[in-house]
Design a binder for this molecule. Sequence first.
Ligand code: GLY
Ligand code: MN
Ligand code: MN
Length: 440
Amino acid sequence: MRGNYREIRQRRKKLMAQMGPNSIALLSSAPQRVRSNDTEHLYRQNSDFYYLTGFTEDNAVLALIPGRKQGETVLFCQQKDKQKELWTGRLMGPDAAKEELEIDEAHAVSAIDEILPDLIDGRDRVYSLMGKDTEFDKKVMDWVKVIRNKARLAGHAPGEFLVLDQLLHELRLFKSAGEIRLIEQAGKISAEGHKRAMSTCKPGIKEYELEAELLHAFTRNGSRAPAYNSIVAAGDNACILHYTENSATVEDGDLVLIDAGCEYQHYASDITRTFPANGKFNPQQKAIYGLVLKAQMKAIEAVAPGVPCDKPHNVSVKIITQGLVKLGLLKGRPAQLIKAEAYRDFYMHKAGHWIGIDVHDVGDYKIKDKWRLFEPGMITTIEPGIYIAPGNRKVLKKWRGIGIRIEDDVLVTKTGYKILSTGIPKTANEIENFMSESVS
Ligand code: GLY
Ligand code: MN
Ligand code: MN
């Protein structure tokens, strides 16, 4: 899939403009990961590397050298190789990569040990994603060592090693119009999956059969993989936040929590809906559902530029605590219960996270220990939930085992917010109507 290489070049320029004087940044592609013996997981490029290159092959290294006259961006990648390509697929090769990816200079990665030390030589600072890929960290040190050894004669080894994360991840936090379109498209595709699973559901079906419906819709609509392992959790399983076993039978009377989002052209969506297996909420399920929905909608409405990014969470905590008191699931004064974090027995996670190339995307939530303010172009999930543990003896039996989360992806706009994951039934009525219309 062709990336937006012009925009990607601008990202490199922006990053280089912020790097310290006389510096070099080094990034590596993601390694292949073994799944079993000699077969690998489906390859996924490292998100930082993808953001700065749009290149989807493994065994590649990017060097950014601001101010270098012969060229500021240098890519090392695999040579074209007829025999290798026959077995494992096409390779771009350095010549085509230079043109296509709009890189200044490209070399065969097999020559990296000869070429890269010379690029580092004379630089004062080396930026890298230290600590993320120990094998690559070691390689960087090996290249520096070559210069150190040479330095005794003529070379100049760098004296400062810096993490690139801060500069790069601050850039990634703010999405361009093109990136927003991709996340919106991922949301549209995921919506098809959620609707398909919801309309297929009936008591007796297996959780993995519903997962199959999700994956069918994702793949049929151009997504090559889910952005994370799909959670299809019926009954008590919905109280396990990241349940991925997806092997149980969906029983009559269960709620089914589906937390699933596709990845589309390297951008994630992350959506949760919870619905009754038999198409009708029982009174307890409906009461908790209404509460989570209210918390989610009010939390979304709190999203706007200039608002501290923990506000949606705080809004959802307040509504959920008040609601749990009203339903008799918590006892006491809401203000006190919030202070004592009593809600955490039922709502133990945050209301959201950044989303982008990674489903749990990069970017700081706090600046100097203070929650940062929302700004246009940021995208966050809003996903409050209530989970009443099956073994919670402090509540009446009729409430136990209810697990509900509702999650959408929300863009901060100039004036407020825009939901990027629309088109899936969401209110209890919408869900019941949709499911009754879908009965075959
Ligand atoms: N799907 C994981 C999450 O909602 O954060
Ligand atoms: Mn999720
Ligand atoms: Mn999420």
